[in-house]
Design a binder for this molecule. Sequence first.
Ligand code: TMP
Length: 215
Amino acid sequence: MNSFFITFEGIEGSGKSTVASLIAKRFEDAGYTSFLTREPGGTRLSEDIRKILLDPERTDMCEKTELLLYLASRAQLVTEVIRPALREGKIVLCDRYFDATMAYQGWARGIGEELISRLNQVTVGNVIPDITFLLDLSVEEGFRRGPKHREKIGTRVRDRLERETVEFHEKVREGYLRIADRERERVIIIDASKELDSVLSAILRIIIDRFDLII
Ligand code: TMP
């Protein structure tokens, strides 16, 4: 069987993690060998890096360190997990991947899309997703979706004014939409403001069409 690599992206509160795990379950139930991993994380080393990256007390972290840690986490995940799994013909689902670096570091942090594009290429080589679902919704709606997300965003950018936080996430969304505009074949925008069931069925329909699978 052919291997497939599917990634899920979106701003905080877009529901991508829930959606990714439900899609993974759907593959399992249909008898496909698939697995779900996440970024940053997914290997022992990458999970250690994740702890550093998301630690609210690391207010000393400069933007370049942040960028390089995300890339380091990804390099390890690709080498240790994703590339071998694809070679074995598995379906790999990943909750965030290199588009997150483009949207967060490249566009929202302002490091620059061209540099990120080159670094992404160096980091992943030919391990490019076959399809990426961008779960898009407004930043306000993302923030409204439960105290967990609000608290999480609050901790990540603790020293900033609430207004700046919203602006940053607006830029992240903009960064994602720019990628979708450039890569229309790979990146599919899904309206994440809809009910979970309709988000899921929209994604499943596309997977079935694109990969000719029965799930
Ligand atoms: P998450 O597990 O909730 O998606 O948290 C990961 C956080 O890291 C999220 O705020 C997005 C951010 N991130 C980046 O800034 N750059 C990246 O390359 C990745 C993968 C995630």
